[in-house]
Write a new protein. Structure first.
Length: 79
């Protein structure tokens, strides 16, 4: 049976913790998502414009963090 985004979301929620009410959860996940996406973009920028090596393992970790924030935010929004 394939692993679905719903499966991932349920696993992500096990480590999400409680950030308070809906508004605080949305703020927390939105800021976290933006931060992780920014880290990913910065690595790509440095690789292509500053001559750094593209570290695929670090990008993989950052993309995992992005996915976690998306999953938790989607849950807060009942998606």
């Amino acid at each position: 049976m394939p692993f679905t985004l719903n499966d991932y979301q349920q696993l992500a929620l096990r480590t999400a913790g409680n950030h308070g009410d809906f508004e605080r959860t949305l703020i927390y996940t939105s800021l976290g998502l933006n931060g992780e996406a920014g880290e990913t973009a910065e690595m790509v920028k440095k690789a292509f414009f500053h001559g750094h090596e593209l570290d695929r393992d670090k990008i993989k970790k950052e993309l995992g963090d992005v996915l976690w924030y998306v999953a938790v935010m989607a849950d807060a929004l009942n998606l």
